[in-house]
Design a protein around this ligand. Structure first.
Ligand code: GRF
Length: 198
């Protein structure tokens, strides 16, 4: 079994989609949910799907990241999926899981990304730019916010009558529709690639 950990800071609707999708998967299991927010909605979803959870205060990620790494290692985690995780993944974790971490971003990268571009700020920037579409991006995670290799993007329209929350809702629906399948393919192909190079 390939074991994944999900990192989430917020309401956890993407985390929930991932729990659902991998619940009875023949080769992939969600083994752990990690959050930096004690009251993250993702904890409730994890409980429903009987996924083990672990909370680490922001300062642990920033000053003692080896504690988070140790938890991932003792839980036998192979891949990390970020789903609304707001902190930078500590370098020691990025190195240990090199090429095995995905993030989902609620806009088209590289244009609408970088530090501070999260939540409603992203959708406000899209609206301000006056463009007719937005979308979502799934990318690998490296040491910079939103700069890893893009592996998948999908678009949706922005209407002139849209409020910021209309845009957010349309993008979130797109995320839910694609993240589980794209993550699954990424993980399964990674394993195949590895095997090929042996
Ligand atoms: C999503 O839009 C995700 O792209 C972004 O934060 C939001 C998280 O929503 N990084 P949820 O917590 O999965 O409901």
């Amino acid at each position: 079994m390939i074991r994944i950990a999900i990192f989430a800071s917020g309401s956890g609707s993407n985390a929930r989609k991932l729990f659902e999708y991998f619940q009875n998967h023949p080769s992939i299991r969600v083994g752990l949910l990690i959050s930096d927010r004690r009251n993250a909605g993702a904890f409730g979803h994890a409980a429903e799907f009987q996924v083990e959870t672990c909370y680490f205060h922001k300062s642990v990620f920033q000053q003692e990241p080896e504690k988070v790494l140790e938890k991932l290692q003792t839980s036998d985690i192979d891949f990390l999926l970020l789903a609304g995780f707001l902190l930078l993944v500590p370098p020691v974790i990025v190195s240990a899981f090199d090429g095995k971490i995905l993030n989902i971003h609620p806009a088209m990268l590289p244009q609408f990304g970088g530090k501070g571009m999260y939540g409603h700020y992203v959708h406000e920037a899209v609206q301000k730019a006056g463009i007719s579409f937005t979308g979502m991006t799934i990318h690998e995670v490296n040491q910079q916010f939103d700069e890893g290799r893009i592996i998948f993007q999908a678009r949706c329209p922005v209407l002139s009558s849209d409020s910021v929350s209309d845009i957010a809702a349309r993008v979130l629906a797109l995320e839910h529709a694609h993240y589980p399948f794209v993550a699954e393919q990424f993980i399964l192909n990674y394993k195949k690639e590895k095997h090929k190079n042996k």
